[in-house]
Every structure is written in structure tokens, then in C-alpha cells.
Design a protein around this ligand. Structure first.
Ligand SMILES: *[C@@H]1O[C@H](CO)[C@@H](O)[C@H](O)[C@H]1NC(C)=O
Ligand SMILES: *[C@@H]1O[C@H](CO)[C@@H](O)[C@H](O)[C@H]1NC(C)=O
Ligand SMILES: *[C@@H]1O[C@H](CO)[C@@H](O)[C@H](O)[C@H]1NC(C)=O
Ligand SMILES: *[C@@H]1O[C@H](CO)[C@@H](O)[C@H](O)[C@H]1NC(C)=O
Ligand SMILES: *[C@@H]1O[C@H](CO)[C@@H](O)[C@H](O)[C@H]1NC(C)=O
Length: 404
């Protein structure tokens, strides 16, 4: 009798364990869905500058004096500009809709944005330059700031979406866009439009891949209608990166692209490398010294009329290898791999484009090879598949043994 009740106990302990494991799994899934709902995403208040000021837009102003821009505080020469508006014979570029804002020398706009303390937020905005060659924009959430260089013309449209990111130390962001320039012509200055934020989360490290966010699915806010991707400028701080896990360690940007407008090897997002050696993404991955690893990735064509040849230089520790994209009528990408022996606890993997590519239709918009689905794992991982389950089983047995 005593024996059988012990047996019963065994069974119920086991059932409990299995049930709680199942519950944990379910909870984890629900948790991430909940997280999704909580994220504040999209345009900030009047982030597209289309809301009509109380005294009307400048050209139809009923009241004398500068238009107050709804939702924003401004300081210095801040001007609401309209599509079709000319300046010095040139038509001003309005990235989206009918209106945008132009920041004169030392001028700034700011807004308080509610955020979740302790989280990382990415800020996406569109910017165009007017006349000055050395235009830049300083985006800040005190005490952090990032200066984005608008000198390089990445696309023939004359404007681009950019993303920068900040850590939320408080419950609100005092988000400031400032033109740090001191041009001779005070009418010059960058045009800003479409300002949106997105709370980022760092994807968990997959079980069989040392690369975090190797599929690039987590990244900055993207505008559904915008076909220009989002440029990720230099960011050496992996803790606050618009592309969790990765840094952009070059002085030029790389382009974050979406499957709605580009060919993407896997999932909905990928990275297009631009500007040859001047556009480098990298990540330090955890490795075990002296173990043999394999770096695999997808290399593709974004289907954006980018003029071939396309090729990347891939790095893993002290190994480097160039991989040329081979056009194939059946697929817009291929997989490539690079074997290496880890020398330390952390190994740097990195990619840049070997060529300086432009689009074949306009000969000036920058483009390049697409990288996606980056994985680093023990070179022999195929033979070890299934070991995870065995380990789980042993773990449960161990727990039961402890409980007895
Ligand atoms: C406006 O900008 C000027 C110059 O940058 C600065 O000295 C001043 O404190 C600013 N004013 C406000 C209200 O932020
Ligand atoms: C950008 O703005 C912040 C906040 O106003 C300031 O602290 C920082 O020095 C500025 N950076 C540059 C390069 O102007
Ligand atoms: C996207 O397109 C729709 C319809 O064409 C338009 O109403 C909306 O303002 C656009 N949004 C952006 C961000 O361009
Ligand atoms: C494309 O697919 C077809 C049918 O699967 C195959 O016969 C052909 O060799 C493939 N072409 C290339 C370039 O791989
Ligand atoms: C890497 O090693 C695997 C087997 O471990 C092999 O199939 C593959 O061809 C190697 N790759 C390179 C680029 O040498």
C-alpha cells in the first residue's frame, strides 16, 4: 500500500513537472504578445507636421507672426514648409504629405514623449537637406545625443528615413531635434518630417545560434508607405542600438529594409550594405576558445535595380572571406559559410560590401548586397541535434530525484 502511494506520488510529481513546463512555455508566449501590446509605436504627436496650427499654415495665416506648431515646442528659426514651396529657385523637398519643418541655424523643435522607463527606444525620422553641403541634425534625449550627418545623398529622392535610439532613464523623453549648423545663409537648414518611435526589445539568444537578432527581425520603426528603408547611422554602443545585438561601426550608414519593398531572404527584414568598406555591421558573439565554428548567412539581391556585381567581405575572428553573389533566376539569395576556430570567449563577426554599388536606373542612389539570417554555431552541430531533448529529460529526472 505504502509502495503504491509512493508510486502515485512519483506520477503526480512527474505530471506536475510536465504541466508546469507546459505552463511556462505558454506563459512565455503570452508574455511576449503582451509585451507587443504595451509597446508605444508609431508617429509621435503631430510627428508628420500635418496638423493645422491655430493661426493656420504660414501661407494661409490669418494672424501675423510665426505659426505655432501643434504638439511641438520650438526655439529659433523654425519654419513650417509646404510641398511646392520654393527657396532660391529650388523646390523644397517634403518627405511625406504636404508639410514638414525646416530648422534654421541653431534652431530646434522638441516634444515630451511618454515612454517606459528602462526600455530602449528607436526614433525614426525623415530628413532632407536644403542648400548647405555640411548639414546635420542633432537628435537628443538628454543627456544622450546623436548627430546624424545629412551630407551623403543616399537616394536620388533627396531625403531618407534615419533611425537613432535612446535608453529611457525616465518616464518621458524630452525629444529634441536641433540644427547645430551655423550657415552663412540662415535660410538653409535641414527639413524634418515623419517622426516616430518604437520600443525595442532584445531577442533572446536562440538555442543553436550565438548571434543575437541574426535574422534582423527586430529593428527600428518603418513607415509602411516608404520604399526607402531606414538608414542606420554609425552607432558604436551595442546597448542602445536601433538594431539590437548589432553595431554600425563605420562612418556611413547601412540600410534596414523590409519585405514589402525589397527582396528579403528570410522573414520581413534584412540589412542592405552600402558604400563599400564605409558601411560595416558587426556583433561580438559568445564563443568557446579553441572550438570550431561555422558562420553561415544569406547573401542576396534586394531587387532594387542595384547594379551588379554584388559581394560581401565576411569576418569571423581572424578569418575573412569574400563571397560573390551569383545571380540565379530561381532565387534572390544564396547561403554562404565561413569556418573558424574561436580564439576567445567573444568573437567579432562583421560584414561590409566589397563594391560601391549604385542603382542602374539613376546611377546615383546607393545600394548593395543584402545580408540576412546570420548564424554562428559549432561546426558539427548537425550531428548533435536532438541532444537538447535528452538533456531536458535528464534535467527532469534530476529534479524528481532531488524532490524525493
Ligand atoms: C533657445 O536657444 C538658445 C540658443 O541655443 C538658448 O540659449 C535658449 O536657452 C533656448 N531657449 C529655450 C526656451 O530653450
Ligand atoms: C547635441 O545636442 C545635445 C543636447 O542639446 C548637446 O549636449 C550635444 O553637445 C550636441 N552635439 C553636437 C555634436 O552638437
Ligand atoms: C500612406 O499612404 C496613405 C494612403 O495613400 C496616406 O493616407 C498616409 O498619409 C501615408 N502615410 C505615410 C506615413 O506616408
Ligand atoms: C531553376 O530551377 C529549375 C527547376 O527546379 C532547375 O532546372 C534549374 O536548374 C534552376 N536554375 C538554376 C540557375 O539553378
Ligand atoms: C566548413 O565546414 C563544413 C563542414 O564542417 C564544410 O561542409 C564547408 O564546406 C566548410 N566551408 C568552407 C567555406 O570551407
Amino acid at each position: 500500500m505504502a509502495r503504491s502511494s509512493t508510486g502515485m506520488k512519483w506520477v503526480s510529481v512527474f505530471t506536475l513537472l510536465i504541466l508546469s513546463l507546459l505552463a511556462l512555455t505558454a506563459f512565455a508566449e503570452d508574455g511576449s504578445i503582451d509585451d507587443d501590446m504595451k509597446r508605444i509605436t508609431g508617429l509621435v504627436g503631430n510627428g508628420d507636421f500635418e496638423a493645422t496650427p491655430s493661426n493656420g499654415f504660414p501661407n494661409e495665416a490669418i494672424v501675423e507672426g510665426p505659426s505655432e506648431i501643434p504638439n511641438w515646442k520650438s526655439n529659433g528659426s523654425v519654419e513650417l514648409v509646404e510641398s511646392g514651396q520654393k527657396q532660391g529657385g529650388m523646390i523644397l523637398i517634403i518627405p511625406q504629405g504636404r508639410h514638414a519643418v525646416k530648422l534654421g541655424n541653431d534652431a530646434e523643435i522638441s516634444q515630451e514623449v511618454p515612454v517606459e522607463k528602462g526600455s530602449i527606444y528607436s526614433v525614426t525620422f525623415c530628413a532632407a537637406r536644403t542648400c548647405a553641403q555640411l548639414e546635420s541634425i542633432n537628435v537628443s534625449v538628454a543627456p544622450a545625443s546623436q548627430t546624424v550627418d545629412l551630407q551623403t545623398i543616399y537616394s536620388i529622392q533627396g531625403w531618407n528615413p534615419y533611425a537613432v535610439s535612446f535608453n529611457a532613464d525616465q518616464d518621458t523623453f524630452s525629444l529634441v531635434f536641433k540644427n547645430p549648423g551655423m550657415e552663412d545663409d540662415p535660410a538653409c537648414g535641414p527639413i524634418i518630417d515623419n517622426i516616430a518611435i518604437k520600443k525595442l526589445f532584445t531577442p533572446d539568444k536562440p538555442k543553436d545560434n550565438a548571434v543575437i537578432n541574426g535574422d534582423f527581425e527586430e529593428g527600428p520603426w518603418m513607415f509602411r508607405n516608404t520604399s526607402l528603408g531606414v538608414l542606420l547611422p554609425t552607432n558604436l554602443d551595442e546597448e542602445t542600438s536601433s538594431l539590437p545585438g548589432w553595431i554600425v561601426e563605420s562612418n556611413r550608414a547601412v540600410r534596414y529594409i523590409d519585405s514589402d519593398h525589397y527582396s528579403v531572404p528570410q522573414g520581413r527584414r534584412a540589412i542592405e550594405l552600402l558604400s563599400g568598406k564605409e558601411g560595416i555591421i558587426s556583433q561580438m558573439v559568445e564563443t568557446k576558445p579553441d572550438k570550431l565554428y561555422s558562420l553561415t548567412f544569406s547573401l542576396g539581391h534586394a531587387d532594387d535595380k542595384c547594379k551588379e556585381p554584388l559581394a560581401v567581405m565576411a569576418f569571423a575572428g581572424d578569418q575573412a572571406q569574400n563571397v560573390h553573389y551569383t545571380p540565379n533566376s530561381n532565387s534572390t539569395f544564396q547561403t554562404a559559410n565561413l569556418n573558424f576556430t574561436a580564439k576567445a570567449e567573444r568573437t567579432r563577426i562583421a560584414f561590409y560590401s566589397i563594391y560601391y554599388n549604385t542603382r542602374s536606373d539613376d546611377m546615383s542612389s546607393l545600394c548593395g548586397p543584402v545580408v540576412d539570417d546570420v548564424r554562428v554555431w559549432f561546426s558539427t552541430s548537425n550531428r548533435l541535434r536532438g541532444l537538447g531533448l535528452v538533456r531536458l529529460g535528464l534535467g527532469i529526472l534530476g529534479l524528481v530525484w532531488l524532490l524525493m
